[in-house]
Design a protein around this ligand. Structure first.
Ligand code: HEM
Length: 457
């Protein structure tokens, strides 16, 4: 009798695999996309995993159903919170005040303070810097040189962030900060060095040469430079510029309170982290597809050739075919594969009941691969974005709802201006002219091998 009652009281959950969650986690680390596709083939548009015992993973549900995604994106933000365990490495890397770690009122306050530079006229004013940085980088290319395009899109996106967000430009301090940041960001991309970020018991200062001590030292140096920069601007109002750091120093919340230096530093690191790998990998994919599919490149070249020499940057960003190429790149090769939320209260989705503590993962990748929304989903077809408009629950490269990517307009603007600048000035040949896989780089995914190309002229 008791058994029957407790059985009927059990929440109804979606199908799940009999393979232990820890084994699935390892399989997903090794082959994220293959694992997702395998589960989707087996269980359909929603599947569940109970709590893992080996990894610090709560129970989670993955789905690609647009109605369910709409329900999550439009739900009261109070349904969700940031998972403490799964975000521990982010905390170590970016600091406790990072936007990605904040909940509720604090998250709303900080987003409101950070939002203005990323929209409207202010954001557009960064266009010239985006073009200048791209031109500086490509001016070093030699005809006949073989490059991995991702190395250069990474260099471009890092420099753009340092100039527009940190407001630091050329000179000794700039070179020093850039050098330390490159090393610091690499920590997460190497499986060996990133290991200690996930296991707090490895976080011990055991002398100057150990990875954790080196990491702490880099973190201290970055903080010192940023702190110095904040103080310099406060003491010299003429040093304030159009960059995002200056705007954050001047920002006030509803109670007239400024952001603290530590808050500003954590947010600068967050924007750097969230904004530069993502944009660099997405751009590398665009270069790959343009050169893999000559007809698409030809059509894009014709669009670029039709531009007058004095076309405004904001008009370049509105070009329909360029916009479609960028949208299709982010659909087919999303560099972030899930949107992540953790339930603070129970929630019902697609007729299933989920307890608080469950991680909710709308899958960007699987949604973008649905043949009912995107016929021939494995093909790169920019035209689909010209023929049809997709809803924010069918097309979600930047997530959605109250945590939608803060820098999405910035990223789209940057991708379009970098593509237009390079494609109108340099001829490139694709050396990796074969199907390319998406491989893991820390939290994000990137084209395998970085897309090797040759400079043709
Ligand atoms: C192609 C480039 C980019 C892609 C694909 C991308 C994608 C994403 C995604 C999927 C999220 C999670 C959204 C959610 O949970 O609903 C996110 C969050 C975020 N992104 Fe981006 N992003 C890109 C570029 C940028 C840039 C350039 C910046 C800033 C300079 C940026 C700043 C952020 C921040 C601060 C968040 C956290 C928002 C919050 O938690 O409230 N991103 N991004």
């Amino acid at each position: 009798m008791t058994t029957a009652t407790s059985r009927s009281d059990k929440p109804k959950l979606p199908p799940s695999s009999k393979v232990p969650p820890s084994i699935i986690a390892i399989q997903a680390i090794l082959d994220q996309f293959g694992t997702l596709e395998q589960f989707e083939r087996k269980y359909g548009e929603i599947f569940y995993s109970p709590k893992s015992t080996l990894f610090p993973l709560p129970p989670y549900v993955i789905f690609s159903n647009p109605q369910a995604i709409e329900q999550v994106f439009t739900a009261d933000p109070d349904f969700f919170e940031v998972g403490q365990q799964s975000t521990a490495p982010v905390r170590v890397l970016l600091g406790d005040n990072s936007l990605v770690l904040l909940n509720g009122k604090e998250h709303r306050r900080q987003r409101k303070l950070l939002m203005p530079p990323f929209h409207g006229e202010r954001m557009k004013s960064y266009g010239q810097t985006m073009v200048d940085v791209t031109q500086e980088v490509i001016s070093q290319w030699q005809v006949g040189q073989t490059i991995s395009i991702r190395d250069y899109t990474q260099q471009i996106s890092l420099e753009i962030i340092l100039r527009t967000i940190f407001g630091i430009n050329k000179g000794q301090r700039y070179d020093r900060l850039k050098g330390i940041l490159v090393d610091y960001l690499e920590t997460f991309n190497s499986p060996l060095t990133s290991f200690f970020l996930f296991f707090p018991w490895l976080q011990k200062d055991l002398g100057a040469l150990t990875p954790w001590s080196k990491f702490l030292q880099q973190k201290r140096q970055i903080r010192e430079i940023l702190q110095w920069e904040c103080e310099r601007r406060r003491n010299n109002p003429e040093a304030m510029g159009e960059d995002i750091l200056s705007l954050l120093l001047e920002a006030r919340d509803e109670d007239g309170k400024p952001m603290s230096d530590v808050e500003i530093e954590d947010e600068l690191m967050t924007m750097l982290f969230a904004g530069h790998e993502t944009t660099a990998s997405s751009l590398a994919w665009s270069f790959y597809w343009l050169h893999r599919l000559p007809k698409i490149k030809q059509k894009f070249q014709e669009e670029l050739d039709s531009l007058a020499s004095n076309t405004e940057l904001t008009d370049i960003a509105k070009l329909p075919y360029l916009s479609a190429i960028v949208s299709e790149t982010l659909r087919l090769n999303p560099v972030i594969v899930f949107v992540g939320r953790q339930l603070k209260k129970p929630m019902e989705l697609m007729g299933y009941q989920f307890q608080s503590g469950t991680s909710i993962f709308p899958s960007i990748y699987l949604t973008h691969q649905r043949p009912d929304i995107y016929p021939e989903p494995k093909k790169f077809k920019p035209e689909r974005f010209i023929e049809k408009q997709f809803s924010p629950y069918e097309y979600l490269p930047f997530g959605g709802g109250h945590r939608r990517c803060l820098g999405y307009a910035f990223a789209l603007y940057e991708m379009k201006l970098v593509l237009a600048t390079i494609m109108s000035q340099v001829k490139l040949e694709l050396l990796d002219n074969r199907p390319l896989k998406s491989t893991r780089r820390g939290f994000t995914f990137s084209p395998d091998g970085g897309v090797r190309m040759k400079i043709r002229g």
